[in-house]
Design a protein around this ligand. Structure first.
Ligand code: SAM
Length: 237
């Protein structure tokens, strides 16, 4: 992967960036995504934010080598602290982290999301945490993608602000409202894999001494298995 040839995963993230956007890419270890967006004219300017010194230096080097120092500002900062009001950011991308970390970055930095028209988020796991954050913070899910690359399955969530109340039921929170509607083959494969894991964990927990914590975990697993069985009632995944 490089700034000209992104991974399939990051390419899909890039596809959702609105033309002419001013982008903040948070957790931008090599700044490949913002460099690609600038080279392709998809973004007009960008900020690349990184919390760790090494990846921050790599991002700076990449931006310099691509001749994009006038268009991309690289900042060493946690989460949305990389964004300043005068940047005029209209799109935020956060990719390649867990869903809970992405949700906590959004929660901690939500005062810096004023003026942002779109969030494009690619959690490696636990996308549910992002959907829950969206519901609680006035963002609606306008698109969801699911893709497979090198045998890993990734979800992408695209959020836009809304003044209307957003409601998602338990199934939509777990599976994704759009992905649930489509139920394509990758979606089915993802949840088949998850079901196998959940059932193995549930079995192990059956043979573990029952504490409050274990009981809660078991209940959560059984709830997820029940939701899955409802969704795949005709398919037996
Ligand atoms: N976004 C790139 C991608 O999708 O290929 C890089 C993903 S890499 C696995 C995650 C990067 O996010 C790391 O460089 C890490 O240092 C950075 N990171 C983790 N937590 C962060 C935070 N709170 N704020 C900014 N960067 C963070």
């Amino acid at each position: 992967m490089n700034a000209q040839q992104l991974s399939v995963r990051l390419m899909k993230v890039a596809e959702h960036v609105q033309p002419g956007a001013v982008v903040a890419d948070i957790g931008s270890d090599h700044a490949y995504l913002p460099c690609y967006l600038l080279h392709n004219g998809s973004a007009s300017r960008a900020v690349a934010g990184e919390i760790v010194k090494g990846p921050y230096e790599s991002a700076k080097k990449q931006v310099r080598e691509e001749g994009l120092e006038g268009k991309i500002t690289v900042r060493l900062a946690p989460g949305l602290e990389a964004v300043e009001p005068e940047d005029g950011i209209t799109a935020v991308t956060i990719a390649g982290m867990g869903g809970s970390l992405i949700a906590s970055i959004l929660e901690e930095g939500k005062s810096r999301l004023t003026g942002v028209e779109r969030l494009i988020l690619q959690p490696n796991v636990h996308a549910q945490a992002i959907r829950l954050w969206a519901v609680q913070n006035g963002w609606r899910i306008v698109a969801e993608d699911i893709l497979k690359e090198k045998d890993k399955i990734y979800e992408i969530l695209v959020l836009e602000p809304t003044a209307e109340e957003v409601q998602l039921d338990a199934k939509q929170l777990l599976f994704g409202p759009k992905l649930l509607q489509d139920q394509n083959d990758i979606f089915k494969e993802k949840w088949k894999r998850e079901a196998t894991q959940w059932k193995a964990i549930a079995e192990r927990l059956e043979n573990t001494e029952e504490t409050e914590d274990i009981r809660t975990k078991k209940e959560q697993l059984l709830e997820k298995i029940a939701l899955m069985e409802e969704v795949f009632a005709d398919e037996n995944p």
